[in-house]
Design a protein around this ligand. Structure first.
Ligand code: BGC
Length: 611
């Protein structure tokens, strides 16, 4: 022993340094293993996987659909362990669940697809199989509580290739047609139900005040009454669970206030006094709740120095007490953990403020761990835990999730059905706003001799659909089913009309000057803060194409495909007509319907557009 110690002392300084590092690394690894073992594991008590048959044979009252829902909720709640209640409060992005059986082991309440959360293969059948996989895992849990699977359906079931892509909300705002919005929502939920999805993260009820915001097109516009009326219609039309979002004041975040270094407005600060906040932004939520909205998403914005998910006054006093909201509050993407650098503190603050389901959306194991500690220590009361769980269960019972036949075989052919495409096409034509029409250029005759068509958005379903289409930031090109604006024009004109298309506006110089030039230009798809932009305008390239086409045609029609007004002041003097087409989606034929006079222009500006 003595000699060993002596030898150690004889080691060179560098060897002692290396040894110290090795010991430190060892302690570190040991610590991590120790901490990991504290997390609930598959063996965690309370989450044994029960054979489904055994569970089905039970005659628990909560499984009896003849009983009143409140009684069923009480019965189920009384049977649940603390861990099972905590699990119900977790909403997890599907890519974070490496083993689908974790849904059962941890009793997860919700699973979701953020955009990009797609199955392999990414087909309607692939979606159905994926959702069924998570659902059957949930059914194998001790009490067989179904999951809520949630998706963003901003303009149709638009994660899924082949679904009908409706105009983005800004276009629906331009229609100011509640009946049409109701039918749009109905068709969307019909397509969702074909993949067994019962939860939509829509409608967006933000009242936009600054069109530089990258989410302008996700809103119905800047008038609180229109947003309220159309939002309510959307909720009434959905036959799945709707989500009124983003509560509250998300549409009034200030330029330059974003907490995200990549953004300017999004995830920023709403600097409004309480009266203005309530009078501008609350009416749509009030209307949506009257219409039956049963989940409300707390935004990622900050008001009065508090992240929305931490604001107990707005979430509990105003929403749950004053508006008597009986559904559940869900937080937005990772929003809860932005409250504090301590996950524990974040969760305690958010849950006590009134958040019932937490869009984690990643690590559910540490969530279970911190929540258990919080309940054990009393930082989150049993009463609050029960209230949150009760709200979630109530919604699940009301949706009929406990009673539905999980072995159903839904009809996938409703995805992108002709009937739904017809509704989308109607929405496109009603959304078009005529910004300028000198010399009655529009409507066009279907039998003119020659039309030239140009522009980056003329023959591109990805562009005309905008973001939240298959991918979060959208797609480019024509690889999902639909009709481009160009194809719509071609289908509308007479057989004798000669149409030449060149994206860049390079038309054959020898050919006759066209009677009409149509240029379809605008914005490339963008989502959320990635679209925050100081000066939304047409690009140099787009203006060049307009010039070239103008030089080859008698009259020029410019169609702007964009999520918001683009600055064309001083540029349009020699353009004969200008049409705002917003982001029309997959049914480009609707543009030609109005261009060639089959239907009149009826759309009205949902936000101010200075010309
Ligand atoms: C958005 C929400 C959306 C959620 C899930 C967030 O980044 O703010 O509107 O529902 O992601 O995709």
């Amino acid at each position: 022993m003595h000699s060993t110690f002596m030898r150690f002392l004889q080691l060179s300084k560098s060897k002692i340094f290396i040894l110290t590092i090795l010991i430190a690394v060892g302690i570190g690894i040991g610590g991590i293993i120790f901490l990991y073992k504290q997390l609930p594991s598959p063996q965690h008590p309370g989450f044994e996987i029960y054979a489904q048959d055994e569970f089905r044979k039970s005659n628990y009252p909560y499984l009896d659909k003849s009983l009143p829902i409140d009684q069923r909720v009480d019965d189920l709640l009384n049977r649940m362990t603390t861990d099972e209640k905590i699990g119900q409060m977790a909403l997890v992005e599907k890519n974070s669940i490496h083993d689908p059986l974790d849904v059962s082991r941890y009793g997860l309440g919700g699973v979701m697809s953020g955009f990009g959360g797609k199955p392999e293969p990414n087909t309607p059948q692939g979606w159905l199989d994926m959702v069924n996989g998570f659902e059957s895992s949930a059914r194998y849990s001790r009490l067989g509580i179904p999951i809520l699977y949630g998706v963003d359906t901003n303009h149709g079931h638009s994660n899924v290739p082949g679904a009908t892509i409706f105009p983005h909300f800004i276009g629906l705002g331009a229609t100011s047609d509640p009946d049409l919005v109701r039918r749009t929502a109905q068709a969307t939920s019909e397509e969702m139900l074909a993949t067994n999805i019962y939860w939509s993260f829509s409608p967006n009820l933000d009242v936009v005040s600054d069109i530089r915001w990258g989410r302008t097109y996700e809103t119905f516009g800047s008038d609180p009454n229109t947003v309220a009326e159309l939002g309510k219609a959307y909720v009434e039309g959905l036959s799945v669970l709707s989500t009124a979002k983003h509560y509250l004041g998300n549409g009034s975040m200030e330029w330059g206030s974003s907490k995200n270094i990549n953004f300017a407005i999004d995830q920023g600060v709403t600097r409004l006094d309480e009266d203005t906040l309530i009078s501008t932004h609350l009416p749509p939520f009030k209307a949506a709740i009257e219409g039956g909205a049963k989940s409300v998403m707390a935004g990622l914005n900050t008001w009065e120095d508090k992240k929305m998910a931490a604001n107990s006054y707005l979430l509990t006093d105003v929403l749950k007490k004053e508006l008597n909201f009986q559904g559940f509050v869900v937080s937005d993407w990772y929003g809860v953990y932005e409250i504090s650098i301590s996950k524990y503190k974040s969760l305690v603050t958010a849950v006590n403020a009134g958040v019932d389901m937490i869009m984690l959306p990643f690590d559910y194991k540490s969530f279970m761990y911190y929540m258990e500690k919080a309940v054990q220590s009393g930082d989150i009361s049993e009463e609050r835990l029960n209230d949150a769980t009760r709200r979630i269960l109530l919604v699940k019972f009301e949706l009929g999730l406990f009673d539905r036949d999980v072995s159903n075989n839904p009809d996938l052919s409703v995805l992108g059905s002709q009937a739904n495409r017809d509704i989308a096409r109607e929405a496109v034509r009603k959304s078009l706003v005529l910004l300028k029409n000198t010399g009655e250029t529009l409507p066009l005759s279907k039998s003119v001799d020659r039309i030239v068509v140009a522009g980056s958005a003329a023959d591109n379903i990805g562009r005309q659909s905008g973001a939240w289409t298959v991918e979060w930031q959208g797609i480019d090109g024509n690889w999902i089913p639909g009709t481009t604006i160009l194809a719509g024009i071609k289908a509308a004109v007479s057989d004798s009309t000669d149409i030449e298309y060149n994206e860049a506006g390079n038309f054959s110089a020898s050919g006759k000057r066209a009677d009409i030039g149509i240029v379809v230009v605008g914005e490339k798809p963008y989502a959320e803060g990635w679209g925050d932009l100081a000066h939304p305008a047409l690009s140099k390239d787009d203006l060049e194409v307009i010039e070239k086409t103008k030089a080859r045609s008698e009259k020029l029609v410019v169609i702007i495909v964009s999520g918001r007004p683009l600055d064309i002041k001083g540029l349009h003097n020699d353009w004969n007509a200008v049409v705002a087409a917003w982001l029309p989606g997959s049914e480009g034929q609707g543009v030609a319907d109005v261009l060639f006079g089959d239907y009149p222009f009826t759309g009205k500006l949902p936000v101010t557009w200075e010309l």
